[in-house]
Design a protein around this ligand. Structure first.
Ligand SMILES: *[C@@H]1O[C@H](CO)[C@@H](O)[C@H](O)[C@H]1NC(C)=O
Ligand SMILES: *[C@@H]1O[C@H](CO)[C@@H](O)[C@H](O)[C@H]1NC(C)=O
Ligand SMILES: [Zn+2]
Length: 413
């Protein structure tokens, strides 16, 4: 009954919702140069989540670290003046964000094509794709429901196992926990397809020597919302106070939750939620991961953008656990990735490479189960297109990423 009403409310909400447009919205890149500038930006971030206001593509967390902020046209004069008065240099990365979104959304053209990687796909299309894999590879692919979202959507994934006993080492791929990072779901499903179809011996080896758990859409409510209402949505869709929606599902996991780099304010893009695992999606997925944790040797979570390969943990800069293994392995993985098209990644502990960010899924998996290999990817690019990476970059991004996965999993051979 509760679910029925939730779905009813959802249906009404969706049919009435206007799709937010970003005409003449400017994406600025700037660097807070002192504590005062930093707190100015932080206050701006926490002031509102109204789609017509500032939208932080990255968080102002420390002095000297670049921040990308999308500013509506009616705010740009104030914003530039405020930056200048604080001696913060800024550059305009995009002068009309909507233009980029329109170009990205050429997928109508492909409406009749089968599932592929020349365009981005919806939540329903990803689920449909997973189901077709089960039909096509019944001995290898198993459909799994890992969890359920606040709005009652299934969080679907597959297990791929070429071993009849399903006793290979487990590798987990997670994407689209941050809804607007569309490239991530495209990359994990591309990798999934390669695991099943590639004839490259190196790919066959990693495919067949592991049991794979692939969950393309970790945050279905947020992801659906990026298609129906607001392309720039990041969080879940749980209603919180002050007419703000959503906690950051990658600040909500229960390993050193609320240990820096997350916000207590529901309007913030990095709102950690009222408590660890407050979000149904993170709670149910954590239960699923627990159920297979004894199998897992690798947990890989996919984000965008910045071209980083990140090592636990996000709550401390200390080199814990097997950092002395994962750092050099990460460097080799980044080299493999670069050898394909020259794409450069930076490798490091989360805190060093970006900033403190506690409550992430990787921290929880590694911290709770000691999973040997755990990395977080921040995929292409470094800010030219940011979250709106053109669809023609899907395949190259996925191909180079797969190269790095081959290197990472050679660790177990
Ligand atoms: C965007 O800016 C251009 C140039 O200033 C203007 O002609 C146009 O009307 C603006 N579009 C919207 C939707 O405000
Ligand atoms: C990493 O450090 C641990 C603990 O100090 C040590 O036992 C191990 O041999 C080191 N591994 C490598 C690859 O250096
Ligand atoms: Zn992210």
């Amino acid at each position: 009954m509760k679910l029925f009403f939730a779905l009813l409310a959802l249906g009404v909400g969706v049919s009435l919702a206007e799709k937010v447009r970003f005409d003449n919205y400017t994406l600025y890149r700037l660097t807070p140069n002192n504590e005062e500038s930093l707190s100015f930006l932080q206050e701006l971030e926490e002031a509102t989540d109204a789609p017509s206001e500032y939208n932080f593509w990255s968080s102002p967390v420390k002095v000297g670290a670049e921040v990308d902020i999308m500013v509506p046209p009616h705010r740009s004069r104030f914003f530039e003046a405020a930056a200048k008065s604080r001696q913060m240099d800024f550059q305009v990365v995009m002068d009309n964000v909507q233009e980029h979104i329109d170009r990205e959304d050429i997928r109508q053209k492909f409406a009749s094509e089968r599932f592929g990687w020349t365009s981005y796909h919806t939540y329903e299309e990803y689920n449909e794709y997973l189901r077709t894999l089960v039909d096509r590879y019944p001995n290898t692919v198993t459909l799994l429901q890992g969890g359920t979202s606040y709005e009652g959507r299934q969080i679907l994934g597959v297990r791929v196992s070429f071993s009849s006993s399903n006793l290979n080492r487990g590798v987990f791929l997670e994407s689209l926990i941050h809804a607007r990072e569309w490239i991530t779901g495209a990359v994990t499903t591309y990798v999934l397809n390669e695991l099943l179809t590639s004839t490259d011996p190196a790919v066959r080896r990693i495919a067949e020597n592991h049991d794979w758990y692939v969950f393309p859409v970790f945050n279905p409510d947020g992801y659906v919302f990026t298609h129906t209402s607001n392309r720039m949505w990041r969080k879940t869709r749980v209603p919180y106070s002050g007419s703000c929606f959503g906690a950051d599902p990658n600040r909500n996991w229960g390993h050193y939750w609320n240990s820096g780099g997350s916000s207590a304010l529901p309007c913030s893009e990095t709102y950690r939620g009222p408590r660890a695992f407050s979000e149904p999606s993170t709670r149910t997925m954590s239960e699923f991961i627990t159920s297979i944790s004894h199998r897992l040797v690798a947990y890989l979570s996919f984000h965008s953008y910045s071209q980083l390969l990140l090592i636990p943990y996000g709550y401390t800069a200390a080199y814990l656990d097997n950092y002395n293994v994962t750092y050099p392995l990460g460097l080799r993985a980044a080299q493999s990735l670069a050898s394909r098209y020259g794409t450069q990644y930076t490798v490091g502990n989360i805190v060093e490479a970006i900033y403190v960010a506690s409550g992430g899924s990787m921290d929880w998996v590694k911290g709770t189960y000691g999973t040997e290999i755990a990395y977080t990817y921040e995929l292409r690019d470094t800010g030219r297109f940011g979250f709106i990476l053109p669809a023609e970059q899907i395949i190259p991004t996925a191909v180079e990423t797969l190269d790095s996965l081959v290197t990472i999993l050679q660790y177990f051979q």
